[in-house]
Every structure is written in structure tokens, then in C-alpha cells.
Write a protein that binds this ligand. Structure first.
Ligand code: DC
Length: 228
């Protein structure tokens, strides 16, 4: 790893662009930790659903966040997510949680709490962090920033393949509509909207394999060694 002892590499971008796979691979190559911030929003949403908290009530969501602990453990390429010590790694990927996370993610004060947690986690070790507002809001001073994008049709195709591999039946039209709706929600919220940081490197993954994306990132990192 050239330069810093605890580097922070941010990868932002829309749903389905391949951020998780790329971020994990990059973390392995550089011997860094990996932080999936979407998993944190999902975990809090799961708790809100279970406790019947009004998702439209920001104050209630803030109170909920304050009495919640979310821990992420990343080991041997497997991410485990703990909500108040319960392993919720599977539960947070349900369609219901996926579609409702938008309520939690649009609440500015919840985002502030999440950002504090994310900064505290990143202090411990160098990390590759993926999300939507990581290079813009959470770590504006990150060592290296990437914005990973891909055509919506390609993102949709990949998601369908992924779900089919897991044995899920997929309605392609509905999935495309949901993906576009998530793009819209992510890009238009007033707090921490999805957008490329000015100093982030844009990578269009539409025509690239995971390995090619990771190679491109590694090449950039090598050529932009930060010595501080
Ligand atoms: O990356 P993902 O699909 O697991 O993210 C789940 C949701 O959380 C998605 O609706 C966007 C939101 N999110 C966010 O608002 N900010 C982040 N830094 C990460 C995710």
C-alpha cells in the first residue's frame, strides 16, 4: 500500500453497479478492511420494521438509532452484519427491507448518526468504504475516491443473474422499475444524495468485468501515491 497507514478508499455509485464485489476485491488486494454502509441503513430499517416504528417520523428514527448497535464483521470475503448482536446478514437483503430503506436513508439526522458511526469504524484500520455519499459527505478527505457507474440495463441484467443464481424467481420488468426508482430516490434526496464527488475518479463498468474495474482502480492508486 503506497503512502498512508490508514488509507480510506471510497466507492460510491448507484445500486447494482458492482460496488460490493469490487470493494471487497480491492480490500483484499490492498489488505484493507471493507465497510458496506448500505448494510447499516438496511439494518436500522429492519429494526424499524420489526418494532413498527413510523418510517415517516424522523424523530422516532433518530431515537431508534440511538438505542441501536450495528456491527460489521468482514472476514475471509464474508460480511456479517449484527443488529444489537443478532446476525441479520440475510434478513437485511429482503425485498421489503430493500424497498423501505429509502425512508431511513432520506432522514438527515439519521444520516448524521450513520456518518459518525462510519467515521468511528474507519479510524481503526485502513478501509475500502462503499455507499452513496461516502466521498462527498462522510469522508471528503479520503485518500482515493471512485465513482462506479453502469448503464441501468446492464445493472438490471447483473442483478437478475445474481438473484437467479440464488434460486429466486425474478420479474425483469419489475426489477428494472425498482432499480430506476431507487436511483431516483438516491439522487433526489436533500441529505447525502448520490452524486460523484468532484475529485472522484469515474469508472463506467458497463463493459468491464470486476477484475478490469479493480485493475483500473489499482493502477490509479499506484499512479497517485499519497505520501502524508
Ligand atoms: O448499497 P445498498 O443497496 O445496500 O444500500 C441500501 C440503501 O441504503 C439504498 O437505498 C441506498 C441507501 N444508502 C445510502 O443512502 N447511503 C449510503 N452511504 C449507503 C446506502
Amino acid at each position: 500500500m503506497p503512502g498512508q497507514k490508514t488509507p480510506i478508499i471510497t466507492i460510491d455509485g448507484p445500486a447494482g453497479a458492482g460496488k460490493s464485489t469490487v470493494a471487497k476485491r480491492l480490500a483484499e488486494k490492498l489488505d484493507l478492511s471493507y465497510l458496506d454502509t448500505g448494510a447499516m441503513y438496511r439494518a436500522l430499517t429492519l429494526k424499524a420494521i420489526r418494532q413498527d416504528v413510523d418510517l415517516e417520523n424522523e424523530e422516532a428514527l433518530v431515537r431508534l438509532a440511538r438505542r441501536t448497535t450495528i456491527d460489521l464483521e468482514y472476514d475471509a470475503s464474508v460480511l456479517k452484519v449484527f443488529l444489537d448482536e443478532e446476525d441479520v446478514s440475510e434478513a437485511i437483503r429482503s425485498v421489503d427491507v430493500t424497498n423501505k430503506t429509502f425512508y431511513v436513508a432520506r432522514a438527515p439526522r439519521v444520516r448524521q448518526i450513520m456518518a459518525e458511526w462510519q467515521r468511528a469504524i474507519a479510524k481503526r484500520k485502513g478501509v475500502v468504504v462503499e455507499g452513496r455519499d461516502i466521498g462527498t459527505v462522510v469522508f471528503p478527505q479520503a485518500t482515493w475516491k471512485f465513482y462506479l457507474d453502469a448503464d441501468v440495463q446492464e445493472r438490471c441484467r447483473r442483478r437478475i443473474e445474481e438473484l437467479r443464481e440464488k434460486g429466486n424467481n425474478v420479474n425483469a420488468d419489475r426489477l428494472a422499475a425498482e432499480l430506476k426508482e431507487r436511483d431516483r430516490q438516491d439522487q433526489t434526496r436533500s441529505a447525502g444524495p448520490l452524486k460523484k464527488a468532484e475529485d472522484a475518479v469515474l469508472i463506467d463498468a458497463t463493459q468491464l468485468s470486476v477484475d478490469e474495474v479493480v485493475e483500473e482502480m489499482l493502477k490509479y492508486i499506484k499512479n497517485h501515491c499519497r505520501l502524508n
